[in-house]
Design a protein around this ligand. Structure first.
Ligand code: SF4
Ligand code: SF4
Length: 195
């Protein structure tokens, strides 16, 4: 009994002499390979060569400092909660007296790690951060030989304190945030003055 009309009749067709010697099929395959030698290459020699990427390309993260050089992250954990890949872990600590120039908030991330093998570079952590502390950048995550090398800690993620070592994320910040930062009366924008 035929239940559907999708059945196919299987034929035990004998191979022809041409099919049995395989040489025409091999020659045909070689011709396809040879034809690619003269076509424009679609691959590049990475890492010596790189492709141009958009300014808002979502690559390696940066943990930002404020204008005075203090770390903006307050270890609230919102980025970790928002992360669909569960790639972010952190340990919070309380800022001590005299550390105001290092950490902007009373609570800061003593440990902050992103597992770059789990990260899917979705940008949700950046969206979730209420402190403008974490941004994705147009930098690429380097290839490594060891899996543990892909656990990026604060030594890699936090930008340098020198102005020359800061990572420019101005093209990722919204116009509203940029306007907010022009108001020096807000505590977050004040430049730390050493007493
Ligand atoms: S970019 Fe996405 S996957 Fe990667 S750490 Fe941020 S939230 Fe997680
Ligand atoms: S990076 Fe932002 S969201 Fe994540 S813990 Fe720090 S302040 Fe919170």
């Amino acid at each position: 009994m035929q239940l559907t009309n999708r059945s196919k009749v299987v034929v035990n067709k004998q191979m022809t002499f041409k099919e049995r010697i395989y040489l025409p099929a091999i020659f045909s395959g070689m011709m396809i390979t040879l034809s690619h030698l003269f076509k424009k290459k679609v691959t590049i020699q990475y890492p010596e060569q790189t492709r141009p990427v958009s300014k808002i390309y979502r690559g390696q993260h940066v943990l930002k400092r404020d204008d005075a050089g203090a770390e903006r992250c307050t270890a609230c954990g919102l980025c970790a909660v928002a992360c669909p890949a569960e790639a972010i872990t952190m340990v919070a600590a309380e800022r001590k007296k005299g550390e105001e120039h290092l950490y902007r908030e009373e609570k800061y991330a003593a440990t902050y790690e992103i597992n770059m093998l789990r990260c899917i570079f979705c940008g949700d952590c950046e969206e979730a951060c209420p402190k403008e502390a974490i941004f994705l950048t147009d930098r690429k995550v380097d290839s490594e030989y060891q899996r543990k090398s892909f656990i990026y800690g604060k030594d890699i993620l936090v930008e340098g304190i020198d102005l020359a070592k800061r990572v420019d994320v101005s093209h990722r910040e919204t116009a509203e945030v940029a306007a907010f930062k022009t108001h020096k009366e807000y505590a977050h924008n004040k430049v730390y003055q050493k007493k």
